[in-house]
Design a binder for this molecule. Structure first.
Ligand code: SAM
Ligand code: SF4
Length: 326
């Protein structure tokens, strides 16, 4: 699958639910959102059917995301269905890890090879104040331990930089990669309808983070772990893990974009931002051929995003990244 700018798309991020057990300050409003109705959610069989069609067109990699994917019942059933599809080489998961400890082995056995875990602080009170869910820290730590124990590899830790809330922990996060096989990625906060003030006032660029890390010692640019995503990686000599930066705001990487997104209600989105999406759910339920719709969506994949810090102009009315899988 190639778009009109020559970018090869072989990666689909699938959101299995728009709901979440956390309320991260940069992601979702505290009061939640207008949740999708149950009947509008794609079933696991319907998701697998979309993946099968796209695999026939060149799709190779799938990431399961949300909302929080682990709150949807029996997620490993979906993983098994997707793992059986010829052409799918890699299935990964993005999670907040709160419920991971209980499900890690099952998901690994079903076919998840690697996980990305959101962890915005190493301090219990901060994690819980950023996630706005008291008591979540222990579950996350247990989830991370389980992720290592069952052998997910690589384990990537996503840290959204928030000025005044976690930017004084950049060194602590970087230091951890010397001993633990974690790939810590700092992510620049992106503006959506529910975080405009935060994104205007508390944005920290990854260049600032890298300047702090460079003062800790020599770091070398490295290839980075499996995944082929937008991060740029560095490693302290001899370190077990790496430090990565994801710079959607300061240096957009849209020219390398290799992905599309499927929302929990079956909208195929060629870009995380903007309002372009194609309803695959209704044609799928009507028994229509999805190939022309997928081709058309690929054709209108925008060249780049037009995000502006503190404004929802460029996000196409997106309220929260949890609506699209991030
Ligand atoms: N609940 C899962 C999790 O937190 O990993 C998966 C969904 S979450 C929407 C996917 C990723 O998007 C997470 O790494 C999260 O930190 C990131 N994210 C959410 N809102 C963001 C924002 N406004 N700017 C940057 N990253 C954001
Ligand atoms: Fe939930 Fe993930 Fe959004 Fe946090 S970032 S509110 S864990 S969907």
């Amino acid at each position: 699958m190639r778009d009109q700018f020559g970018r090869r798309v072989e990666y689909l991020r699938i959101s299995v639910t728009d709901k979440c057990n956390l309320r991260c300050v940069y992601c979702m409003p505290f009061e939640g959102l207008d949740w999708l109705k149950r009947e509008s959610l794609l079933s696991y069989e319907e998701i697998a059917s979309v993946v099968r069609t796209m695999a026939g067109m060149g799709l190779k990699k799938v990431r399961i995301s949300g909302g929080e994917p682990l709150i949807r019942k029996d997620l490993s059933h979906l993983v098994r269905l997707v793992a059986e599809i010829p052409g799918i080489e890699d299935i990964s998961l993005s999670t907040n890890a709160v419920l991971l400890a209980d499900q890690a082995q099952d998901l690994r056995d079903a076919g998840i090879s690697r996980v990305n875990v959101s962890l915005d602080s190493l301090q219990e009170e901060r994690v819980e104040s950023i996630a706005r869910r008291p008591g979540c820290f222990d579950g996350i730590m247990q989830g991370l331990e389980a992720a290592e124990a069952v052998g997910f590899d690589p384990i990537k830790i996503n840290v959204v930089l928030i000025g005044g809330q976690n930017d004084d922990e950049i060194e602590d996060f970087a230091r951890i990669t010397r001993d633990r096989p974690w790939h810590v990625r700092f992510i620049e906060l992106m503006p959506t309808g529910s975080n405009l003030e935060l994104s205007a006032d508390n944005y920290v660029s990854c260049q600032e983070a890298l300047a702090i890390i460079r003062r800790m010692g020599n770091i070398e640019p490295v290839e980075g772990p499996a995944g082929n995503g937008p991060a740029t990686y560095f490693r302290f000599p001899g370190a077990a893990g790496t430090v990565g930066v994801i710079t959607p705001m300061s240096h957009n990487y849209c020219d390398r974009c290799n992905r599309m997104r499927l929302t929990a209600d079956g909208q195929l989105r060629p870009c995380l931002f903007g309002s372009i999406q194609t309803n695959l759910r209704d044609p799928l339920r009507a028994g229509a051929d999805l190939v022309p719709l997928i081709e058309e969506t690929l054709h209108i994949k925008p060249e780049r995003h037009y995000l502006i810090q503190g404004s929802d102009e460029g996000s196409g009315g997106l309220v929260a990244l949890s609506q699209t899988g991030g």
